[in-house]
Design a protein around this ligand. Structure first.
Ligand SMILES: Nc1ncnc2c1ncn2[C@@H]1O[C@H](COP(=O)(O)OP(=O)(O)OP(=O)(O)O)[C@@H](O)[C@H]1O
Ligand SMILES: [Mg+2]
Ligand SMILES: [Zn+2]
Length: 306
């Protein structure tokens, strides 16, 4: 048995993906050829501008599926997919992202269809379906927390978990539901050593029904695998490290979540620890990173209920 390169659950070798996982991502049970090479991406120079930590190091491009669904090609305007190939400075980011996104799914967080895919030259890349496009090509309105907070993109680290909560309270159509989701994501980012969850990595998405909800999660990474001791990007109660159950309950109170709802989220996150450890073991990360990741999960998750 090996792991499906989309959901990271078990699959009988030599299959690379479950049929259902391919269908969810591509609408067909055959994986398309990805007509992109890493060298081509570097010359395209589509690097994201950014200044701190991981930002801007990862390049990402927009891809679209050909009509016969056999090939994924560059499609700058209307692409339905985002591809994030390996960067030059930090190792194994695509493997890191698929692993962290699937851990998020285990943790009860809504994620878009995503997978690890091989480029034409064989290098791995992270592929995710856009959640802001409808089948007819229409775009849903998505606003990140920098925009909602009327901050410049460069100020994406100048926020806090409390600012995120205030934005959800002000702009989400059903604040209690969205606040509970936000709380779960904040705790998850701490558990997975994510030092890059800044204000542009949270968004509200307007659904076809016009309701404003948190978008599915994106850009989830364990930055501690590549930056030792990396702390949270946004402070929680003024703290970016050493968060304990007490701090999370205080944050939940700030969010005006009923304590029962908050303790339920913490217990649910604690309870998926064994599944998370097993998923990291099956992941495509190098062994040394698997060990670091699981040490982190084992160190942080039990504290949620103690
Ligand atoms: N699946 C998706 N569907 C629609 N929009 C998305 C999706 N994933 C990401 N985005 C949008 O694209 C932007 C960039 O994506 P992402 O954050 O993954 O890239 P990045 O280069 O790692 O960003 P950062 O600057 O945070 O390092 C996001 O801020 C978000 O607005
Ligand atoms: Mg981002
Ligand atoms: Zn699968």
């Amino acid at each position: 048995m090996s792991a499906c390169q989309a959901c990271l659950q078990l699959i009988a070798a030599p299959a690379r993906y479950h049929d259902a996982c391919l269908k969810r991502l591509f609408g067909t049970a055959t994986a398309p050829l990805i007509d992109v090479e890493i060298a081509q991406l570097h010359t395209l120079g589509l690097a994201m501008a950014g200044h701190t930590s991981i930002s801007g190091i990862q390049r990402k491009i927009s891809l679209g599926l050909s009509a016969d669904r056999a090939t994924l090609k560059l499609e700058i305007d209307k692409g339905r997919y985002i591809l994030k190939p390996t960067g030059e400075n930090f190792p194994s980011l695509p493997e890191n992202e698929i692993t962290t996104m699937q851990l998020a799914a285990l943790a009860g967080i809504d994620i878009p269809p995503c997978a690890l895919v091989p480029l034409k030259d064989g290098t791995p890349a992270y592929l995710v379906a856009r959640f802001d496009r409808l089948p007819d090509g229409k775009k849903l309105r998505q606003e990140d927390f920098c925009q909602l907070g009327e901050l410049l993109p460069a100020a994406k680290y100048d926020g806090s978990a409390e600012l995120c909560a205030r934005l959800v309270r002000k702009f989400a159509s059903e604040p209690l539901i969205e606040m509970t989701k936000l709380f779960r994501r904040m705790v998850f980012c701490w558990l997975t050593g994510n030092g890059d969850m800044h204000l542009k990595n949270f968004s509200l998405l307007a659904g076809v029904d016009g309701l404003q909800r948190l978008s599915p999660a994106y850009d989830m990474l364990c930055t501690r695998l590549v930056i030792a001791g990396d702390q949270l990007a946004l402070p929680v109660g003024g703290k970016k490290d050493n968060l304990r159950r007490r701090n999370w309950l205080d944050y939940a109170a700030y969010c005006k979540l009923p304590e029962r709802a908050a303790t339920r989220v913490l217990r649910e996150l604690r309870d998926v620890l064994p599944e998370c450890i097993a998923l990291v073991e099956r992941s495509p990360l190098p062994d040394s990173m698997k060990a670091t990741y699981n040490d982190l999960l084992n160190a942080r998750m039990p504290g949620l209920t103690e």
